[in-house]
Design a protein around this ligand. Structure first.
Ligand SMILES: [Zn+2]
Length: 170
């Protein structure tokens, strides 16, 4: 049993109590499985079968997972993300390239194609839209932009250029 070798391509499966962390890992670009219906045995099975790191706050579960598990021993989201990034490296994908709700890679869609699916004032305000091919949700720069920027600042991520109106990037 060997853990995934390349820390740059670290992928995660996240324990049920860490839903908010899972969402933000996806926003940062980490391939992250999360399903509150999964029990401990299922989480461990997925970690081993798919070569994912199980992130948990449960000491006993972390011990059971051995090299496949990582104990998240902070309450604070920023500290959690910082710790994970320091341990496992940068995400494989760019920020905002995954659906925060279902983890699927987003695709860029034409402005015209979303005209009937987003509020008019949003459609008029933004040029670029992304769509999740799995769950159908549509994203635009304003969706998480301000909160995202504050999270990136807190993580001291300066290598990602984010200007106003460009919170979502291909
Ligand atoms: Zn989705």
């Amino acid at each position: 049993m060997t853990p995934p070798e390349n820390p740059r391509s670290a992928r995660f499966v996240v324990d049920t109590m860490l839903g908010r962390l899972a969402k933000w890992l996806r926003i940062l670009g980490y391939d992250t499985r999360y399903d509150p219906a999964l029990d401990d045995d299922a989480l461990l099975r997925i970690a081993q079968a798919e070569g994912r790191i199980l992130l948990t706050r449960d000491h006993a579960l972390a011990r059971r997972g051995g090299p496949y598990a990582f104990l998240v021993d902070h309450e604070d989201l920023i500290l959690q993300l910082r710790m994970i990034r320091e341990r496992f490296g940068e995400p494989a994908d760019a920020p905002f390239s995954r659906c925060p709700v279902c983890n699927t890679r987003l695709t860029i869609v034409s402005r015209e194609s979303v005209a009937l699916h987003v509020p008019t004032f949003i459609w008029q305000q933004y040029e670029r839209f992304h769509r999740c091919p799995e769950c159908g949700r549509i994203y635009w720069p304003g969706t998480h932009f301000e909160r995202m920027r504050s999270v990136l600042r807190a993580l001291e991520i300066h290598d990602i250029e984010i200007e106003d109106g460009q919170g979502l990037r291909a």
